[in-house]
Design a protein around this ligand. Structure first.
Ligand SMILES: [Ca+2]
Length: 146
């Protein structure tokens, strides 16, 4: 007679554990918030995209080679999981500038960015799906931004 209640209690305990793990898993999957991440190879931090305006929320760091007049454009043809159509502000360093594109693979409409961008240009909030980081030839004063 003692067996049955004990078994029931163990089953209940096991069920609770499963539900708890399930809840945690769901919370992560639901995107409890965008995860900060980094993309690209190379030692130089070229730019940072942010989830919110004014450099708020999760951050996506873009690494590569320093931007110079002779360096090749560096392409990011898609953004990491969760980051598509999420960028709301950016910091772009050194002599780098960015072509930000509406779609992946650098297709669709594009916009030029450089320096500190506390909010994306009109129509570009939560829209960027790919980008190219390159020497900011169109912005000669880039040098003084460091
Ligand atoms: Ca897009």
């Amino acid at each position: 007679m003692f067996q049955r209640p004990r078994t029931a209690a163990l089953v209940a305990a096991a069920t609770s554990t499963v539900l708890l793990l399930g809840t945690i898993g769901t919370a992560h999957a639901a995107g409890d918030g965008l995860r900060s991440s980094r993309v690209g190879t190379g030692s130089q931090l070229l730019a940072i995209g942010y989830e919110h305006v004014e450099y708020g929320g999760a951050a996506l760091q873009f690494f590569g080679e320093s931007c110079t007049a002779s360096s090749s454009p560096q392409n990011f043809n898609e953004l990491p999981s969760g980051w598509n159509d999420q960028i709301s502000s950016m910091r772009i360093g050194g002599l780098c500038g960015i072509y930000a594109f509406e779609n992946t693979q650098r297709t669709g409409a594009r916009v030029l960015l450089n320096g500190y961008v506390p909010s994306m240009p009109s129509g570009w909030n939560d829209r960027v799906s790919s980008l190219q980081i390159r020497y900011a030839w169109w912005w000669p004063s880039a040098a003084i931004r460091g």
